[in-house]
Design a protein around this ligand. Structure first.
Ligand code: AMP
Length: 176
């Protein structure tokens, strides 16, 4: 786990003052640390009966697609509004300032699916909770969520666990 945490670069005051941006590009460029991310994640979820991996744009696409491939499962993208070309379902959610909308293809999942949601980092949990809602709107079950990084002070992981969904995180950082 230290190999993973040590490979993540921190950029203070990006994109705004007061935010410690946890930059996973340095992790993605470190193949040994990435192998560890994929191994820990696949080992944890391999026997959970999953049928599909849903990755959140954009950084959740990178680990999500590798995990899907390793587990021989389909990969489903959850994207920002207006990017998916076919029929979509949408979910709006609150940001610190303003609102955002994410979308999923309406034929991407169905009531037989058991889904793992993947992103790089969980902070307040707003993005992940909106993704959970989107998957549920298609009638699918969310079996779990996985993130490389947890920011425990922002309590996002707790919020997801409170609604009965299992959450895996690989390392954590203090602060925002
Ligand atoms: P939240 O919805 O508050 O849980 O925020 C999670 C989303 O915002 C993820 O897609 C992260 O990539 C991004 N994010 C939030 N805080 C940070 C941070 N300190 N460093 C890097 N990415 C962040």
């Amino acid at each position: 786990m230290n190999k993973i945490k040590n490979a993540i670069r921190t950029i203070p005051n990006f994109p705004i003052d007061g935010i410690m941006f946890r930059d996973v590009t340095t992790l993605y460029s470190n193949s040994e640390a990435m192998k560890e991310v994929i191994k820990l994640t696949c080992d944890y979820w391999r026997n959970e009966g999953l049928t599909s991996i849903a990755g959140i744009e954009a950084r959740g696409f990178i680990t999500g697609s590798i995990i899907a491939n390793q587990l021989s499962l389909p990969f489903v993208p959850i994207r920002k509004k207006g990017k998916l070309p076919h029929d979509t379902l949408s979910q709006e959610y609150e940001l610190e300032y303003g609102k955002a909308t994410i979308e999923i293809h309406s034929d991407a999942l169905n009531s037989n699916d058991k889904v793992l949601i993947v992103d790089d980092l969980i902070a307040t949990g707003g993005t992940a909770l909106a993704s959970i809602e989107l998957v549920k709107k298609l009638g699918a079950n969310v079996n779990g969520c996985t993130f490389i990084i947890d920011l425990p002070e922002l309590k996002g992981k707790e919020k997801i666990e409170e609604i009965g969904i299992k959450v895996q995180t690989l390392c954590s950082f203090e602060g925002h």
